[in-house]
Write a protein that binds this ligand. Structure first.
Ligand code: MG
Length: 389
């Protein structure tokens, strides 16, 4: 029996994780879970999986939760402390790190330092503090098993291969809902249009990031740390059907691809059971005769400046990726809240990056200081824009 702790159980990956665990109750047991504010969904999950320890954002939510799950009485903790207790639960062998945003950094790092293997779905953690996180993982001998579908694909293609045999990796991107839109329509993009992703069903933040191609930019940075590759060895290609989840090119020119229906149950199950494989008989299989049309194109750098900004942040190094991520989180939240336009996201992002005084990102404190600064800088730009409007 493998005991699992879940950070972010009510998010899209968290829900998928519990669905997979629910199908294999003879192999996995959930000992601890942390969620944010969705107490209603969380209560149902607690009734379904009976963990010993749970955490929510605030004391008030904890009281509400306790009332909803009675007579069940797991230990209920709150805030960052609660999430860290979940991440370091003494019996957990693997922690599913599936919060959204830099908020997952503290608990994920605590789990690594407690020697837990990590199923890694919280890409912002790697963008903000990739050097700190990967160093801690080496020092504590823990595995970082990628759940992001692209990185999971690359991990599968790389497995057992000597580093010298790899020329580059190629991350695929669906291109989001605006791939074929003319650039003059970008100024009027609505939240509903941006949330309408063509191939993947995901949470709001990552769906907006997919529409700006920032998601791919964050994934390039994530790949740099997960696979220890220089930026020039990480390429991106638009592949709208999302059948190939990413590729690895070897030095002899061979290209290996991982292909499957676009369903997060596959990478989630891979990470939970590693190195074993789970029979996911409930999923549709890839029917080649029906999806014969696989297409590829280069990303349009002019229409989607966020991808270029992410490469720029990666090449600059230091705290610039943390700056990029924090400003993006604020700008996406503003767009979702009706306080900024779609086109404001790359525009303000470039301004914040231009103002950031870059420095080394060797410690958690370096990353967090930049995170705070960039959020404030982005909010100031959003506020100024709102006053003009
Ligand atoms: Mg992805």
């Amino acid at each position: 029996m493998k005991e699992i702790a879940i950070l972010g159980s009510t998010g899209s990956v968290g829900v998928t994780t519990l669905d997979v665990i629910g199908r294999f109750r003879d192999r996995f047991r959930v000992v601890a879970m942390a969620a944010g504010r969705n107490v209603e969904l969380f209560a149902g999950q607690i009734r379904g999986f009976a963990p010993e320890l749970v955490a929510v954002a605030t004391r008030q939510l904890a009281d509400e939760l306790a009332a909803r799950i009675a007579p069940l009485k797991p230990r209920i903790l709150v805030g960052a402390e609660g999430a860290i207790a979940v991440a370091t639960h003494p019996r957990a062998r693997l922690v599913m790190s599936a919060m959204v945003g830099a908020i997952g950094l503290g608990p994920t790092l605590a789990a690594i330092r407690a020697g837990k293997d990590i199923a890694f779905a919280n890409k912002e953690v790697m963008v903000v503090a990739g050097e700190v996180v990967t160093r801690a993982a080496r020092e504590h001998g823990v595995r970082l098993l990628p759940v992001d579908s692209e990185h999971n694909a690359v991990f599968q293609c790389l497995e057992g291969r000597p580093r010298e045999s790899v020329r580059r990796i190629i991350l695929t991107a669906s291109g989001g809902p605006f791939r074929a839109w003319p650039s003059d329509r970008f100024a009027s993009i609505t939240v509903a249009e941006a949330l309408n992703h063509p191939t993947w069903k995901m949470g709001a933040k990552i769906t907006i990031d997919s529409a700006t191609l920032m998601n791919k930019g964050l994934e390039v940075i994530e790949a740099r740390w997960l696979f220890d590759l220089a930026p020039e060895r990480i390429d991106v290609v638009i592949h709208p059907q999302s059948v190939i989840h990413s590729m690895v090119e070897l030095v002899d020119g061979s290209v290996l691809a991982e292909m499957a229906v676009p369903d997060m149950a596959i990478p989630v199950a891979f990470a939970l059971a590693y190195p074993e494989r789970l029979p996911l008989d409930h999923l549709n299989r890839l029917e080649f005769a029906r999806c014969a049309n696989l297409t590829f194109e280069a990303p349009d750098a002019a229409k989607f400046p966020c991808l270029g900004l992410a490469y720029e942040a990666l090449r600059a190094g230091g705290t610039m990726p943390a700056c990029l991520n924090a400003a993006n989180e604020e700008l996406v939240a503003a767009f979702l809240g009706g306080r900024g336009s779609f086109a404001d996201i790359p525009r303000h992002l470039e301004t914040v990056m231009g103002r950031h005084r870059n420095g080394p990102a060797r410690t958690l404190e370096d990353a967090l200081e930049t995170d705070g600064w960039a959020r404030a800088a982005a909010r100031e730009l959003i506020g100024a824009g709102a006053e003009r409007a």
